[in-house]
Design a protein around this ligand. Structure first.
Ligand code: BDP
Length: 592
């Protein structure tokens, strides 16, 4: 799905800013047609942002159900005769949208975009109400899952992951124009042949039709390096400047629809020429072994929650650079598209993950206090859940397929994976991912409860991604025992002959808490814990990457085992380094 752009033939208008906002705990707004006029009894809310932490109000923070957003938009005068589209970069977790009194689109899935063609509903120069009912409820049939507990005095959202269930309009909302004949999709897959870069493209056109496709590929200086005609084809670039880790070199593919010598539509797609391949126990980028250093991250910051923020984007990447990290995982959902664009330009490598986190009732029982469920059953994760999961994979790949930074798809985090039901549930999801994108490896993130020999899903992955907490959740405070147990398990996995990425290892650490003899929660313990892990990784050649959990401390749901959130960050929530950050900096700069 293409992002809105300003080009010679297109314009866009951001609807970000303060919108009217009203909670609807009783779910009366839809029947009462709150979209039909200005939202009464409303306050103002910033877009983009999560609404939860904006006000000093527990009812907002813990709200379950619809939250109504409304703004007005004037369609630019100059857009007469154009196709006009209303687009939400994300609404967490589901939304229904009206333009004036007309329902224009509904969408499920909190981290991928959706849009509505509103051409027939608007007149250029006129003003319209845009209303969205954004729903944050999680069920066994949503990705991620959860369930709602009716506690009499309130409905309480339970879920099986630790990060706080932030909700709202987390990303930009756009009104944009395209011509009536328009480029509706572009797919680019690259290859390298000697010193020649190969760019295979496919351009989809929609609308009135009758136009031919022409493409021009330009280098970073704007010089034309290749041209082509036809809806799909192959471009060759002699002496190509490859995209690679630390080298965010991008070409630009201009796709034009041309009719009678006139350009009808033009869309600009950045292209990084690179290859990705798994060979034996190696992960190769441009034919060179790549070792991932970095973090599992979260979209999380004070006040704005999961709202996208360019200041945090640039700052977080500056910290990745400072610490010597070359990559991160978008744990546990697709991030804002700005993040991938920036990663492309910065040469940062991304493991891109769907929002399938928490499909594990074994883990949920112990850690999240939500006992008594079976993971895969008609009442819990069933065919509808699987269909939602498939849709989440489709939308992820449709959105992110052209980013050179994305080198690996992660289709779930720590699901149950040691049962026959799990095997049956996941096999088709791997097949779907490969069918949608044969050009990238695919994997899922394995949990400690399904160790080597027990896991029945890792057989489907091109790589093994392991989250392990030896020395934290097990062998707590006993790093010697942890080291022994961890090495033993890792050596067993290495026998599978696939590359292994340690996608999580970490220890909760309160910044400023110290001890002479390292004990859990102190900065000293986090340092010794990481050191121990690194000794283990360095002794197993199949390990091709280490992602510390987490980049920064982040907010979690209430509970008795987190104090103001998850404290496994190398940085605090406000991005100050803990002692561990200096340790990592030494190691990763050395590895680089
Ligand atoms: C893992 C999860 C991650 C948690 C982490 C933790 O993948 O989302 O935050 O554990 O407990 O199970 O810190």
């Amino acid at each position: 799905m293409l992002r809105p752009q300003d080009t010679a033939t297109r314009e866009r208008k951001s609807l970000d800013g303060l919108w009217a906002f009203r909670l609807d705990a009783e779910s009366t707004g839809r029947d009462a047609r709150w979209f039909a006029g200005p939202l009464t009894d409303s306050v103002e809310v910033p877009v983009p942002a999560s609404y939860n932490d904006i006000y000093a109000d527990a009812a907002v923070r813990d709200h379950v159900g619809d939250a109504w957003y409304q703004t007005t938009v004037r369609v630019p005068r100059g857009w007469a005769g154009e196709r006009i589209v209303l687009r939400f970069d994300a609404a967490t977790h589901a939304a229904s949208v009206w333009l004036g009194e007309t329902h224009v689109v509904s969408h499920e899935g909190g981290y991928t975009p959706f849009e509505a063609d509103v051409t027939e509903l608007v007149t250029a120069g006129e003003e319209y109400l845009v209303t969205a009912a954004v729903n944050n409820e999680l069920t066994f049939e949503t990705i991620p899952p959860g369930y709602i507990e009716d506690q009499g005095h309130r409905r309480h959202q339970k879920y099986f992951h630790d990060f706080f269930n932030y909700a709202g309009l987390h990303r930009t909302v756009w009104l944009y124009s395209t011509p009536k004949s328009y480029v509706s999709d572009i797919t680019v897959v690259t290859d390298v042949d000697g010193s020649t870069g190969v760019v295979r493209y496919a351009v989809e056109a929609s609308g009135e039709g009758g136009a031919d496709v022409e493409v021009t590929l330009r280098d970073a200086e704007g010089a034309v390096v290749a041209t082509g005609t036809g809806a799909d084809g192959e471009l060759r670039v002699d002496g190509a400047n490859l995209w690679g880790p630390g080298h965010g070199y991008l070409y630009e593919l201009e796709a034009r629809l041309v009719s009678g010598g006139e350009t009808v539509d033009s869309y600009l797609q950045t292209v990084g020429i690179r290859t990705v391949e798994v060979r034996g126990t190696q992960f190769l980028i441009n034919g060179e072994p790549f070792y991932f250093t970095g973090f599992g991250k979260h979209e999380d910051s004070p006040v704005r929650g999961k709202g996208h923020d360019d200041a945090y984007l640039v700052h977080d990447f500056a910290l990745l650079d400072w610490i010597g990290a070359n990559s991160f995982r978008t744990s546990h959902y697709p991030y804002a598209e700005e993040v991938y664009d920036y990663a492309d330009r910065q040469g940062i490598v991304v493991i891109d993950e769907v929002a399938a986190v928490g499909q594990n009732m074994g883990l949920a029982g112990g850690v999240f206090g939500t006992q008594g469920f079976t993971t895969f059953s008609p009442e819990t994760f069933n065919d509808k859940s699987q269909e939602a999961h498939k849709q989440a994979i489709r939308e992820l790949i449709a959105r992110d397929k052209n980013h050179p930074s994305v080198v690996l798809w992660s289709i779930a985090n720590e699901p149950e994976s040691d049962t026959e039901e799990a095997e049956r549930y996941f096999e088709p999801l791997f097949a779907l991912t490969r069918e949608l994108d044969p050009s990238r490896p695919v994997g899922f993130v394995n949990v400690m409860l399904a160790p080597h020999g027990k896991c029945r899903v890792s057989q489907f992955g091109d790589v093994l991604m392991l989250n392990r907490y030896y020395g934290w959740y097990v062998n707590t405070g006993d790093l010697e025992g942890a080291e022994k147990a961890w090495r033993e398990e890792l050596e067993a996995w290495a026998g599978d002959g696939k590359p292994i990425i340690i996608t999580e290892y970490g220890a909760d650490t309160v910044a400023g808490l110290h001890a002479t003899v390292a004990v859990p929660w102190t900065e000293e313990y986090q340092v010794e814990y990481l050191d121990m892990n690194h000794r283990v990784f360095d002794s197993v050649p199949a390990v091709v990457g280490e992602h510390v959990w987490n980049f920064a401390d982040f907010q979690t749901s209430l509970g008795i085992f987190r104090v103001d959130g998850n404290k496994k960050g190398a940085f605090t929530r406000d991005r100050k380094p803990k002692a561990a950050a200096h340790l990592l900096r030494g190691r990763w700069q050395n590895l680089a």
